[in-house]
Design a protein around this ligand. Structure first.
Ligand code: MEV
Length: 322
């Protein structure tokens, strides 16, 4: 029996989430945890037509089968149907088994990683080449099912890997950033957010009530993204951390932070983190804390406060490939 394996990493956003939806630049990087997928011929032959998806670690259990008579969360069933439309009816004969090391709904790119890994896995199974362009196009279609009208930053960084500056456009601008040293983070997990789609929509309603105020905040975020890019290139981690703190202040002003996320930021800064902020849509999710060297003390402090936590180290892709 033919079997294919694939992998795609999760991501964090160092600066610029939400503003990126409005065309401003943002900085994101892939992390050393992600979604692994095994693809094989469908074994679940009775009942509705596949493909099927069995997953662990993504915040749901059980088997997902698309179609009106299918099983599992609607959004995943719709994503599987979209995958069939993108790659052909032959995908109905496939079983996907996904194992995720990134918790779902926490702003760590689980849906983008799942999308990219499924596309890679299916193409690998069919023995067909997959260009970066095709991968990104298909992943965006799946991401639209998960997030409505996403900026595209999540699937782009997951597909590209490493550290990038991203700007939404008809032809998105993707600028790899070459860091002079690796970045170490402690990541603290808060409760799940209410979904990126809802967070983005609610923010646009608030922004429409105070267009001038929100315009200034988005411009402030865009300016700090520019500064952070230079600090990353020059290895000035203290400056990167300070700019993360400033970005967190802006995100709070946008009302996408929560008491839990602010608490996690406070814990991290109290333990000597260079900077801490929420990552992704907010309203729950996760906090990333940049540390000078060893993230262990911040991870322990998060855990002592009752939060799930882990550490991650990231390098620019160009460095990894060197
Ligand atoms: C989600 O990871 C980041 C947001 O900016 C939404 C988007 O870019 O589509 C909140």
């Amino acid at each position: 029996m033919r079997i294919a394996f694939s992998y795609a990493p999760g991501k964090i956003i160092l600066a610029g989430e939400h503003a990126v939806v409005y065309g401003h630049p943002a900085i994101s990087l892939s992390i050393d945890r992600g979604v692994r997928i095994k693809v094989q011929e469908r074994t679940h032959l009775s009942g509705p037509i596949g493909p099927t998806l069995k997953a662990t670690g993504l915040g749901f259990v059980g088997c997902v089968i698309p179609g009106v008579d299918g099983e599992g969360p609607l959004v995943l069933r719709q994503a599987l149907e979209r995958l069939v439309e993108l790659l052909g009816e032959r995908v109905r004969d496939l079983d996907f088994t996904a194992e995720s090391a990134i918790p779902g709904g926490r702003g760590l790119g689980s849906s983008a990683a799942l999308s990219v890994a499924m596309i890679r896995g299916a193409k690998q199974y069919f023995g067909e080449p997959l260009s970066k362009d095709e991968e990104a196009r298909h992943a965006l279609e799946l991401e639209k099912i998960f997030h409505g009208s996403p900026s595209g930053i999540d699937h782009t960084v997951v597909s590209h890997g490493g550290l990038i500056c991203y700007q939404r456009a008809q032809e998105p601008k993707i600028e790899p950033i070459l860091m002079s040293r690796p970045l170490s983070f402690a990541i603290g997990i808060a409760g799940p957010h209410g979904g990126t789609l809802k967070a983005v929509e609610a923010l646009s309603v608030r922004a429409s009530r105070h267009p001038e105020r929100f315009k200034h905040i988005f411009e402030g975020i865009a300016n700090l993204v520019g500064e952070m890019k230079e600090s990353l290139k020059n290895g000035q981690l203290a400056a990167v951390g300070e700019l993360m703190n400033v970005n967190q202040g802006y995100l709070n002003a946008l009302s996408v932070s929560t008491v839990e996320l602010e608490n996690l930021c406070g814990i991290a800064r109290g333990c000597g983190a260079l900077g801490a902020k929420l990552t992704g849509a907010g309203g729950g999710g996760a906090v990333i804390a940049l540390v000078e060297e060893d993230p262990a003390s911040v991870v322990t402090a998060f855990e002592k406060a009752g939060f799930l936590a882990f550490s991650t180290t990231c390098e620019s892709k160009e460095k990894l490939e060197a």
